[in-house]
Every structure is written in structure tokens, then in C-alpha cells.
Design a protein around this ligand. Sequence first.
Ligand code: PLP
Length: 393
Amino acid sequence: MKDDFDIERARKDTRGCDRVVHFNNAGSSLMPAPVADALKEFLHQEEMTGGYETVEQNQQQLNNFYRATAALLNCETAEVAFVENATRAWDMAFYSFRFNPGDRVLTTVEEYGSNVIAYNQQVKRCGIELTFIDSDAHGQVDINALKDQIDDRVKLISMTHIPTGGGLINPAAAVGQVANEAGIPFLLDSCQGVGQVALDVSKLGCDMLCGTGRKYLRGPRGTGLLYVKKSMIEKLEPPFLDQHAATLVSPDEYVIRNDAGRFENWEQYFAGKAALGVAMDYAMSFGMPAIQKRVCTLARGLREKLTAIDGVTVTDRGLALGGIVTFMAEQQSASQIKQLLSGHGINVSVSDGSGNLVAFNQRGLTSVVRASLHYYNTESEVDFFTETLRKIL
Ligand SMILES: Cc1ncc(COP(=O)(O)O)c(C=O)c1O
């Protein structure tokens, strides 16, 4: 691959590269050294000086989380909340809506499993109507089918940007445009998008966006983020409130914050928050367009090589494809392949179960191997991967 990406720096900073070929970045990436060191340093300070005191002494580092997220997403710091993972971030947005019987929610067949569970809970509890928009011939959300479903009962359009079990990058900005033109709030689950692709909430047209720390952002586990557009914040009353989200002004009165802090907890994983800010700064030091280009190019190379192996079927669909590469083989099951690759020092995961259930059911897929690449992976790792897979099969 001929580009000016500083792969030497990326590898040097990724200490785990010496031990494993890590193609499980959509699960949890290898933290780069500056991120892991910041996390350890924060915890060490907590150990030596006390948790509350460490927070007081590191205000700037903690505030950096908001500054870095705002820079990454092109939004304001007051529109950002620190949450423990993408699911809770998404929940805080979704469960803030007060649905009435007959209200409609539009999503897509590629929706993430936990989100589908939440919709169905609201179907049972509030009588909302849930519609899955089908994919078009390329495998991405069908924008015309989405437009056809718009009516004045639609209260929310909610979509997964990059599904957990395939290479697809859904055309989020086109969906945002439909939502904005119809005046319908748009919730985007970009859990696999943050850190993988360049995101600009004003171009995406989303009112709310969730992300996680441990995947493509290469931050610590147990960290996540929520963006809520300024004009939406005061319209959304979070399902849980505490003394950080609101102020108790008398025994029976409280005032909810008017920034995205209303979606946060008082008690937080402060070490993780500080380190996630470092992770975002680290990503931006390479530049998101450069990261996106490298991830997509590496993954395209892997797909081409996999297609040439007898018995292997690449299962990714979509006009735009990212760093997640999924496949099946006639010779071995997905879980056998994962286990055998692990014996050769290669990490992958298996996509099955509820993560991508609606699309998988529709396509007759039950279980696929998921090899998810990041910018610090190399073409020689891709070659080693495909050679090893050939031998295994
Ligand atoms: C598309 C998508 N959304 C949400 C999640 C959940 O993220 P978290 O585990 O951080 O809650 C995942 C995790 O794989 C995902 O792929």
C-alpha cells in the first residue's frame, strides 16, 4: 500500500503488535501506549493520593474528554456526555423519548441487537409501531423505502451506522437528510464508526449519536460517549436523573442541567474518561480521513485475498465498505476457524446470535468469522492471515 501514513509510529506505539495479529478491533482494539500509560498513571494516582483528590488534580485532563470529542465530531463541548458504553449512551437518548401508542419508530434491518430489544420493549410498554426499512440491492439502507415510510406518526428515525456483523457503512448523511427534511429526530448508533471513519455531526444530520471507547477509538473498556444536539437537549428528559444530572433545590423540586451532562452519572470511570480523551487526541494526530482511508484499503485487500480461497465466501454487502471483514468457509465453522487462528496468534471474533439478527435471519446467515482491521495492521499481517487460513482449511 503506497501512502504516507506513519505506520512505523503506529506500530511502535502499539506494544501488543509484537505478540498478536489483532484483527478484532471491532470487538476491542489494542490500546496505543500513550492511552494505556495515561490510564495506568491515573489509576496509580488514585491509589497513592485518593480518588476524589485525583479528580481535583486532573480537571484539565478530564475536561479534555469533552474538547477532544467535540473536535472529533465537530460539535460543542456542551453537547457531549461521557457514558460507560455505547449501549447506555444510546439508551439514555432513546429512553428519553416519551412515546405514545401508535407512534412510529423507523429503523433498518441491519440494526444492532440491543437496540432492537429496546424498541420491542417500547412496543410492549407503550404501543409504538416499529418498522424495519429494508436494504437496497447493494445491501445498504434503501433511502427510497425510507422516504415512503415517512408520515406524521413517525417520532424517531434510528439507525446503526456500521453494523456489528458486516463491512457495510450505511449512508448516514442521506438518512439524516430525509430525517431533517421531515423534521423527525435522528438517532445514529455509530459505535463502530467513531475512530474508524471521519464523522461530522452537522454533515450527518443526526440529533443524537453514540460511540464506544474500546473499539475503533482504541480507548479503555467501560467508556463511551453520547452526542446530543443543543436544540434537542432540553426536549429530552433522561430516564434516570442523579445529583450530577440535576440539582435538588428543595425537598420536592429539582432542576435538570441544560447541557448534555444531564445524560451522565455522578460517579464515573474517571481514569477511563481521561484516557479516552488521550485516545481521541491520538487518533486525530493521524487524522480521521487518513485513518479511514487506510482501514478501508487494508480491508479491501483482505476481502480480495479471501475471495481467492477455495470454499470461502465473503459475506460483506454494501456500496461503501469499512474495516470489518466477514466470511464463512465450507470446510470449518466460524467458531472452529476462530479457535484455530488463535493457535497461530491471530485474534478474530465470531458474529452470531442477536447482534445482527434481523439482517442475518433475512439473509440466512447464522454465524460468520469477523476479521476487523485497524490502521496499525499491515499488509504483511493480511498475508499471514490468509496463508494461515488456507492451511487451516
Ligand atoms: C453497532 C453496535 N452498536 C452498539 C454496540 C454496543 O457497544 P457497547 O458494548 O459499547 O455498549 C456494538 C458492539 O459491538 C455495536 O457493534
